[in-house]
Design a protein around this ligand. Structure first.
Ligand SMILES: Cc1ncc(COP(=O)(O)O)c(C=O)c1O
Length: 390
């Protein structure tokens, strides 16, 4: 099969009509500063583990409100390194939502652990605490060992982090946060990524704070965990050419960090634009209720919208209609993880996670990024209005 779908330009619809996300617009605002920063690294001769990485780590640790930030090769690598460093009992269960990107689960398998899917609250798209409680009881009754929960704040909408953190503490489980879609979001005045034992974000080009390639960062308050992760991401090397762990090459590079530091200066402003655009869409889409429903946020939460996703009853019909009008829409995610071929062996079947399955049938992401004009968003709304014939 052709892998043309991996071409990011196609996915973002850069080549015809309204873009789903156009990264060139951000570049046109501060590209000169990025070019300067890249050139400085090129001329410095230091391409890895240098001052840009160190500064970015310091700046982002302060922003998230944790003691340690560790730059890594990607969000996936970040999640994997956390699991590896925690040294959880082999084959013990790690609970996670099935309504997430595959990487959240892939790392569990890679770390020699057993993933187990938990249903979501369809109103928010995030893992449900009630379902988490039920799953824990069910697995423990079967004599299974559960060691951790990975909580994803999907689309940038903070999950029920305070209550889940308390639940994990009571049940002696590690809570790991996957904040790959939610960097910059807050709950009760605290940044997501600071609620569990550790968290990982992604700098994939489409993310809130994004690199010009791959990258990621781990956040934690745990000194020993941070130290071990630093060893693990450098092949397990604890002293020059001396290896105490089976590690990986999990580094981020200096050029990406230099770019990220320039972009971070514009991050708050871009977050505000995301919020403004999300409010703009939300206000206007209310007229289509109950055909179109907005996702709910928890009280006290401040989402960092990475995507603007809504629930639509006739989702596929609306999507085809909008695409015929040259308005790209995307489905995150069409098939939940528990029904993916790769996870067949986990013995989940259709109907096991009803709310997850429902959301996969209804969810639709509209064109959304900080530099999308309100006129463009209005055009999207007009076409939705035309679809509903009013
Ligand atoms: C929820 C979630 N987890 C993990 C990842 C993996 O991040 P990366 O692409 O940087 O490996 C992503 C990014 O696509 C994501 O959206």
């Amino acid at each position: 099969m052709s892998q043309a779908y991996l071409y990011l330009g196609w996915w973002l619809n850069l080549d015809n009509g309204l873009p789903f996300l156009d990264l060139r617009r951000a570049y046109s605002h501060y590209g000169d500063k990025i070019e300067e920063a890249v050139l400085k690294v090129l001329k410095s001769g230091v391409y890895l583990n240098g001052p840009e990485t160190e500064s970015l780590e310091r700046e982002l640790a302060e922003f998230v409100g944790v003691n340690h930030a560790i730059g890594v090769a990607s969000g996936t690598e970040g999640l994997h390194l956390i699991l590896q460093a925690l040294d959880l009992p082999k084959n013990s269960y790690v609970l996670l939502p099935a309504f997430t990107f595959v990487a959240t689960c892939e790392v569990i398998v890679r770390a020699g652990l057993s993933p187990y899917f938990v249903d979501i609250d369809p109103k928010t798209g995030n893992i449900s605490l009630d379902a988490l409680r039920d799953t824990l009881v069910k697995l423990r009754n079967k004599g299974k060992k559960i060691s951790a929960v990975i909580v994803v704040s999907i689309f940038g909408n903070p999950a029920d982090l305070i209550n889940i953190a308390e639940f994990c503490k009571d049940e002696r489980l590690y809570m790991i946060e996957d904040i790959c879609q939610a960097f910059g979001a807050e709950l009760d005045g605290k940044k997501v990524g600071s609620f569990g034992i550790a968290s990982a974000t992604s700098f994939y080009p489409t993310k809130n704070l994004s690199a010009f390639g791959d990258g990621g960062m781990i956040f934690t308050n745990d000194f020993f965990l941070a130290k071990k992760i630093r060893y693990l991401k450098e092949h397990g090397q604890t002293a020059p050419y001396y290896y105490e762990y089976h590690g990986v090459n999990g580094r981020i590079d200096e050029i990406q960090c230099a770019i990220l530091r320039v972009k971070f200066k514009h991050f708050q402003k871009e977050l505000l634009s995301r919020e403004r655009l999300a409010n703009f869409y939300s206000e206007r889409l209310k007229e289509f209720y109950p055909e179109v429903k907005l996702l709910k946020t928890y009280i006290g939460s401040k989402p960092a919208y990475s995507l603007f996703s809504v629930r639509v009853k006739k989702r596929d019909l609306l999507k085809s209609y909008l695409e015929r009008q040259n308005i790209p829409c995307r489905i995150y995610y069409p098939i939940p993880l528990h029904l993916q071929p790769i996870y067949r062996g986990l013995e989940f079947k259709e109907g096991d996670l009803p709310y997850t399955e429902l959301l996969c049938k209804e969810i639709l992401s509209l064109p959304f990024f900080p530099y999308l004009g309100e006129d463009e968003a209005e055009f999207v709304v007009e076409k939705i209005r035309a679809f509903y014939g009013s």
